[in-house]
Design a protein around this ligand. Structure first.
Ligand code: TPP
Length: 692
């Protein structure tokens, strides 16, 4: 069976082996075009899994495009969510959705998110992207199918690097324990992950012995030999299975030998193609090598993507607050700003200070992108202090505490959501409770991570980190401040510490001379339009600042500080308002005095964070609420940040607009609050300000 009419049982379409081979080539071709149109994505792993995709979606799995939720369907889980294009194209080729639409991959509002979201696209079984969770999802589904007496199977596709996640083995144990003979794991063994060879990053072999030890059957195949792929999957499907409620069989894992980047010579077996999309030339070369030019409607797909993007642009523009002029970054000379990602400052500090023999850096297979690899990249002699831990955030976090106990200075980093959420209990119990000196780097924080989408956009990490007793949290505003903050935390501060930085290039708004004192806010004031944006501002340590009785305060951290500065610029130009911008780079311990003074001096306080509203806003409110110095004084407050929703795929600056965390949104909110201040609270507020 394959693609069926679930109402009649009639087979809608099935494919012979030669036809499947042909479809796999086409799937690869569409994949290249869609990745090119997206401008980002994962070429390597999608190409390695495409033969399995063709066999599963077009021949082996029972499913009905007209009824994606058909209860008797076989379930297909993409535990490696970054291979989403395989899933989307598999569905499209099976008739669940339009092939052309997949060209909107990774674009804002698209159902074809950077990582799959089951609530956006019928046929997608689960939302995945955080590695190591798919097999557990499969265990749950397989158990439920058994309880309900259904004969459907659950297929779960995983990566070999992904096998480093401990949760995979918890699920493997559960499946063995419950004799889940309706669960079929498929491991795409392409031997590469992000940082290089799986064997070097953290060896997972012998995989077969490991699965067998947990009570699984194991089959080895060549994952590019269509006969073998189909035979293994069909045998898996037709294996005798215990009846409803019966628990006699064994789960099965298919270990599929594959080549990352399969089908495109210059991508094959090259780790660098893991998280990369082809440019036009590479795409065309790839299509030629696959022999599918003329069969894949390249220009129509690209045009479709372009049209879609034009509509996104219109929608976004319509929702942006408007002012008398365009104040966007680099819109004119006064808004000229140099841009560099904050993450670069982290790497620069590690490169500079890594000579200290106590420092050890723990890699979690995303080292280049988050810049932690700068620790050793130009210093091979430090390689013995570079500890590659694989994709295993939880164990590595506790291991960092172990290293700290022995007097080392461990630094551990990955995407903020995996650095501060996946391993939260390890941070809480093993690091914070014991007060261990571990520096945790939450990289790629905020929505501006971009097209990877919600699963990779840390928007809650600072809640968790600021809530933990003994933890210290710094969110620097630009690349220069990130370097200073990293150096301070690394060498001066003893105890649990979390630094959060971002992926996208953001404006450089500080210099070497700008003060940075851990735990102390800076005041940034707009003075006069300059040659460049940064020159329009003066920055001083808040404790040394004398109030100018400004109209309002904006309190920001991280790359929201440049946005707050731009808002101050807009507010002065458009309304004549004077704004006190507070750079609250240290979220914990919080600079209580600076916050109270800002509230007392200005009476209007707006917080700005690239995070779910609250990590900054509620901490600031907490300080203001508890401050005796403010009793009886009205303070008008507003909060800018993500409004209790998950992220989305899209270009970084599009997401800044969509999630309403731009300077324009801050300025718009400020103007509204200033109306309130003027209309309702002028007298008491002015009295309050003068009294103090
Ligand atoms: C929990 C978690 N940690 C880290 C990542 C970032 N990440 C995405 S893909 C990847 C490598 C995956 O390697 P592998 O499983 O071998 O997949 P393949 O090489 O086949 O693409 C990593 C570390 C993630 N998505 N989830």
């Amino acid at each position: 069976m394959a693609i069926v009419n679930s109402k009649t049982g009639e087979v809608r379409r099935t494919y012979t082996i030669p036809e499947l081979k042909e479809q796999a080539r086409l799937l690869r071709g569409y994949n290249l075009v869609c990745l090119h149109a997206a401008g980002s994505g994962h070429a390597g792993g999608t190409l390695s899994a495409m033969d399995i995709t063709a066999a599963l979606y077009l021949r082996v799995a029972n499913h009905d495009p007209a009824d994606p939720d058909w209860p008797e369907r076989d379930r297909i889980i993409w535990s490696t969510g970054h291979k989403a294009p395989c899933l989307y194209l598999g569905l499209a080729f099976a008739g669940f959705c339009n092939k052309e639409d997949v060209s909107t991959l990774r674009k804002l509002y698209s159902p074809f998110q950077g990582h799959p979201h089951w609530l956006k696209l019928p046929g997608v079984e689960f939302s995945t992207g955080s590695l190591g969770q798919g097999l557990s999802l499969g265990v749950g589904q397989a158990l439920a199918l058994k309880l309900d007496g259904r004969r459907a199977k659950v297929f779960c596709i995983m990566g070999d690097g992904e096998q480093q996640e401990g949760s995979v083995w918890e699920a493997a144990m559960e499946a063995g324990h419950y004799h889940l003979d309706n669960l079929i794991g498929i491991v795409d063994v392409n031997r590469l992950q992000i940082d290089g060879k799986v064997a070097d990053v953290m060896d997972v072999e012998p995989l077969a012995d490991k699965y067998r030890a947990f009570g699984w059957d194991v089959v080895h195949i060549n994952g590019h030999d269509m006969e073998q792929v189909v035979m293994a999957l069909e045998e898996a499907k037709t294996r005798p299975q215990a009846g409803a409620g019966g628990h006699t069989g064994q789960p099965l894992v298919i270990l599929a030998d594959t080549v990352k980047g399969k089908g495109v010579s210059f991508m094959e077996d090259v780790a660098g193609w893991h998280g990369k999309s082809p440019n036009r030339e590479e795409m065309l070369k790839g299509l030629e090598e696959l022999g599918v030019q003329g069969q894949v409607p390249v220009e129509a797909l690209l045009e479709h993507a372009k049209q879609y993007q034009a509509e996104v642009d219109r929608r976004l523009d319509a929702k942006m607050p408007k002012f008398g002029a365009n104040y966007w970054w680099n819109a004119g000379p006064a808004m000229k700003a140099d841009m560099k990602p904050t993450r670069v400052g982290f790497g620069e500090s590690l490169a500079r200070n890594g000579g200290d023999p106590r420092i050890v850096c723990l890699g979690l297979d995303i080292s280049g992108s988050i810049t932690i690899s700068e620790f050793y990249s130009k210093h091979p002699e430090r390689k013995n202090r570079w500890l590659s831990m694989g994709i295993a955030e939880q164990s590595a976090t506790a291991a960092a505490a172990g290293l700290a106990k022995e007097g080392k200075l461990p630094v551990i980093g990955t995407y903020a959501t995996f650095a501060a959420a996946r391993n939260l209990d390890q941070i809480r119990t093993s690091i914070c409770y014991g007060q261990f000196n571990v520096l945790i780097a939450g990289a790629h924080g905020g929505v501006s991570v971009g097209p990877d989408g919600a699963t990779h956009q840390a928007l809650e990490d600072c809640f968790a980190m600021t809530a933990l007793p003994n933890m210290n949290v710094v969110v620097p505003c630009d690349v220069v401040e990130t370097e200073k903050a990293t150096t301070y935390l690394l060498l001066k501060h003893v105890g649990p510490k979390y630094i959060r930085f971002a992926r996208e290039a953001t404006p450089i708004v500080t210099t070497e001379a700008t003060p940075f004192e851990f735990g102390k806010a800076n005041v940034i004031r707009f003075r006069r339009e300059g040659e460049r944006f940064r020159e329009a501002f003066e920055t001083v340590l808040e404790s040394e600042y004398k109030s100018e009785n400004e109209d309002l305060s904006i309190i920001a951290c991280g790359p929201m500080v440049p946005e707050a500065m731009r808002a101050a610029f807009i507010l002065k130009k458009q309304f004549g308002f004077e704004t006190r911008v507070l750079n609250l780079h240290t979220l914990k311990p919080i600079d209580t005095a600076a916050l109270v003074r800002a509230a007392r001096d200005t009476g209007v306080v707006i917080t700005a964070e690239e995070h779910q509203i609250g990590a900054l806003a509620w901490r600031v409110s907490g300080v203001l609420t508890a401050s005796e110095a403010l009793y009886g004084m009205p303070v008008i407050t507003g909060a800018i940040g993500v409004q209790d929703r998950y992220g989305d795929s899209g270009a970084p600056w599009e997401l800044v607009k969509e999630f309403e965390v731009s300077a324009e949104h801050i300025a718009h909110k400020a103007a509204q609050l200033m109306e309130l201040k003027k209309k309702k609270l002028r007298i008491p507020l002015e009295m309050g300000v003068r009294k103090n």
